[in-house]
Design a protein around this ligand. Structure first.
Ligand code: SIN
Ligand code: FE
Length: 292
């Protein structure tokens, strides 16, 4: 094959699964870069429509975020009863998503950590900077939350009341994406991890792995040429669809659509069925260095 040829896609980016399918498939598919689509699940929001759809997030806030560990809700303009209702339904989604993940990937067990929940009432905002613009292809990496190699697994559900889909673009395999941007990735300055932590910029120590992941995120979003020409599939998720994906490895962009729930989970690489498929081990292979 000539060197210039775009890498061949060996598998479709979306795998459709139902609750009846044998357990154990889900982890393998997810860990190897599929978006897992569950078209036929129920999540009842009856009685909560007003709180969800009348709700507009605070100016400048992309998503409303909920912390299941503390019950704290951030970014919501609602007050009083509407706010209580919003907390209740988002908390209910969080438990629902956790039950689903534990059912589909029982082997992750106690190693699976529950992160934030979000309610996404808005469509892509045109006033965001490139780096914050999730309509541009990227892998997820969090500037203030170093993951030190842990995976980011997210469960989304579209509950748009007007029949509108949520539109995603899914990009090339992680190793290809990383291979493109690694050579220009800036390494962390010596001592920067400890300094950022001491200053309270990061919750925990930013590792060489976190630095590389942030660079992969930023460089892809900054690169207009890549955004215009990158290999991709466009995927739409209709109302009622649930989908889950390791967003630290699956190159993705959210092009449009409003009113979705999302629950984030973290998973140590040692809990994976195939640790070699993680971004951590992939980047260690590509750089020849230990990164955490
Ligand atoms: C993202 O993670 O880039 C956004 C996904 C979404 O809100 O659909
Ligand atoms: Fe993202």
């Amino acid at each position: 094959m000539p060197a210039q040829t775009a890498p061949a896609k060996t598998q479709p980016p979306v795998a459709v699964l139902s609750r009846q399918d044998p357990k154990g498939q889900a982890a393998r598919l997810l860990e190897h870069g599929s978006v897992l689509l569950l078209p036929d699940l129920d999540f009842d929001i009856a009685g909560f429509e007003d709180a969800l759809y009348a709700q507009v997030s605070n100016e400048g806030v992309k998503n409303i975020s909920y912390n299941p560990a503390t019950g704290e809700l951030k970014g919501a303009a609602a007050e009083g009863f509407a706010r209580e209702q919003l907390v209740e339904i988002v908390a209910r989604y969080s438990r629902w998503a956790e039950d689903l993940v534990r059912e589909l990937m029982p082997a992750y067990g106690a190693k699976l950590q529950v992160g934030r929940t979000s309610w996404r009432p808005r469509s892509a905002d045109h006033n965001l900077s490139k780096r914050k613009d999730d309509r541009r292809l990227h892998v997820d990496a969090f500037p203030s939350t170093p993951l030190q190699g842990r995976r980011i697994l997210r469960v989304f559900r579209n509950v748009n009341p007007a029949g509108e889909s949520r539109y995603w673009r899914v990009g090339e395999p992680f190793a290809d994406y990383a291979g493109r941007f690694l050579r220009n990735a800036r390494p962390m300055a010596p001592g920067a991890g400890a300094l950022l932590q001491a200053l309270g910029v990061t919750k925990g120590r930013r590792t060489a792995y976190d630095q590389l992941m942030l660079q992969l995120h930023d460089q892809a979003k900054d690169d207009d040429g890549y955004q215009a020409a990158a290999p991709h599939w466009d995927v739409s998720f209709p109302p009622g669809a649930t989908w889950m994906v390791f967003t630290d490895a699956v190159v993705h962009a959210a092009l449009g659509g409003r009113y979705a729930f999302e629950q984030t989970f973290y998973l140590p690489v040692a809990a994976m069925e195939d640790e070699a498929a993680s971004p951590l081990r992939t980047l260690e292979r590509l750089t020849g260095k230990a990164l955490v």
